[in-house]
Design a protein around this ligand. Structure first.
Ligand SMILES: Cc1ncc(C[n+]2csc(CCOP(=O)(O)OP(=O)(O)O)c2C)c(N)n1
Ligand SMILES: [Mg+2]
Length: 410
């Protein structure tokens, strides 16, 4: 019997706060290899369970097992490891550069490297991502020059975006990386619209939408699902569930039950959850979803279960809202360590080669950083010209901006 009388307002609370002992025992982790791999034209009603389970390929001992394994060659896996290691090193150097005052702002990917790095390898040239600020792995894995990324972070004279974007908000049409907007969830409606336009013009390119767990609470997420499902848009709808939205735990956006993937079920969209710290699983599921989109089978929603091991951004201090050791307790481990162990099991990698690769990557990142810094940093050296502020945006500049430009004398 429900109790009548005074109504209560419910606010979901994380189970553990700073000072407490991290506990993820309520996160069910299915065995690697245990979730079936359906045909891409499967009736979504028959794979409802995929929205509640977790697709995993790498087991505890570093073997690739089950129906989602076997898609990548040793060379491709070695390249994937290098991409993730590069992203982690890049992050560490840029985080340090922020602390040194060389840029105003930075956001890391620590613990989430597999998601964007592996996803990128499931796309074809010309496909378009609509990323958030936590998918720089898409650029790294596609060979976008690190120096150019750093120039953007430093807003220096070689910044391709000429200081107009917040640091880390890259843009590269050639690399299928739509200009990042700080307005979260806009990526979803834009990606679906782009995908619909691609189909309307009988093109073969697909789109990928990106969103975090917290941002799924935005109405744009739901509007995008309406359009994607109604028009069967050729789009992959990615939800990166890294457990946190700044200081807000994922239970706020999700509510007390279900999963983020399960949000797709009501729209009739095939929806899958995948181990976001498993490079092979992420790639296999991304490939499945991309194939569906390209075969006119419509959208797929993919929830990547991962953990944001670092701070939200250079302006955040997570010790204020979660136990310091929480990331060590995360049951899906570290994506780099897991792929490294797998490659050792395959006999194509070793601890020594790993240490050597770490040193080489650090040298490469430092060399790129030196080159970028020769073009200037936030407070030193070359800057974009004031004129750039006024150019390249309007076919016809509005009168108030024309006046400002005259006042600035540029
Ligand atoms: C529309 C909108 N609302 C609020 C913000 C402020 N904001 C920036 S990041 C963030 C948290 C996002 O968390 P999540 O979606 O889980 O992504 P994550 O940072 O974990 O990758 C918020 C609320 C924003 N940028 N855009
Ligand atoms: Mg999040």
């Amino acid at each position: 019997m429900a109790d009548a009388g005074m109504l209560r307002f419910h606010v979901p609370e994380p189970e553990v706060r700073p000072g407490g002992t991290p506990d993820f025992s309520n996160v069910p982790i299915p065995k690697a290899g245990s979730v079936p791999r359906p045909e891409i034209d499967v009736d979504p009603r028959t794979i409802r369970d995929h929205a509640f389970s977790i697709i995993r390929v790498l087991n505890r001992t570093g073997e690739a097992v089950g129906p989602w394994a076997g898609l990548l060659s040793d060379e491709e896996l070695l390249a994937g490891l290098r991409h993730m290691m590069t992203l982690r090193t890049f992050d560490a150097r840029m985080q340090m550069a922020q602390r040194q005052g060389k840029t105003s702002f930075y956001m890391q990917h620590l613990g989430e490297e597999a998601v964007a790095c592996a996803f990128r390898k499931a796309l074809a040239p010309g496909d378009m991502n609509f990323p958030t600020y936590r998918q720089a792995g898409l650029l790294i894995a596609d060979g976008y020059p690190m120096v150019t990324m750093m120039n953007q972070i430093y807003s220096n004279e070689a910044d391709p975006l000429k200081g107009r974007q917040l640091p880390i908000m890259y843009s590269s049409k050639e690399h299928g990386f739509f200009s990042i907007s700080g307005n979260l969830a806009t990526q979803y409606i834009q990606a679906v619209g782009w995908a619909m336009a691609s189909a309307i013009s009988n093109d073969s390119k697909i789109a990928a939408a990106w969103i975090g767990d917290g941002s799924t609470a935005e109405s744009d997420f739901h509007s995008a699902l309406v359009f994607a499902s109604t028009y069967k848009a050729p789009v992959v709808l990615n939800v990166v569930n890294n457990q946190w939205a700044i200081s807000t735990f994922q239970g706020i956006a999700r509510g007390g039950s279900g999963t983020f993937a399960a949000r797709g079920l009501g729209f009739g969209i095939p929806s899958l959850r995948v181990d976001g710290n498993d490079y092979l699983a992420v790639h296999a599921v991304a490939k499945w979803a991309a194939e569906r989109a390209r075969s006119n089978l419509g959208p797929t929603l993919v929830e990547y279960v991962t953990y944001r091991a670092g701070a939200h951004s250079s302006s955040d201090d997570p010790s204020a809202y979660r136990p310091k050791t929480e990331s060590d307790a995360w049951p899906l481990g570290d994506p780099i360590v897991r792929l490294k162990n797998h490659l050792i099991v395959l006999g194509v990698w070793s601890d020594e080669r790993h240490a050597q690769a770490e040193a080489e990557i650090l040298d490469t990142v430092i060399a790129a950083q030196k080159e970028a810094e020769s073009h200037g940093t936030l407070h030193a050296g070359g800057k974009p010209s004031t004129r750039d502020m006024f150019e390249g945006l309007y076919a016809e500049m509005p009168p108030h901006l024309r006046r400002q430009r005259q006042q600035a004398g540029v």
